[in-house]
Design a protein around this ligand. Sequence first.
Ligand code: ZN
Length: 60
Amino acid sequence: MAVPKRKMSRSNTRSRRSQWKTSAVHLVECNNRACRKPKPQHVVCPHCGQYGGRQITEPA
Ligand SMILES: [Zn+2]
């Protein structure tokens, strides 16, 4: 396995990490026909509480 020859300086580490950025959450339309609210993908809908056509949590 390839191994780094020298320890990377704190400055190099920090300047590389300064480029890390967050991205906006990917929103999709709720599958519930009555809801159709934008929600994060692969997440129970916070509006109607349904996921994959099943009621998971109580609607808010
Ligand atoms: Zn919904």
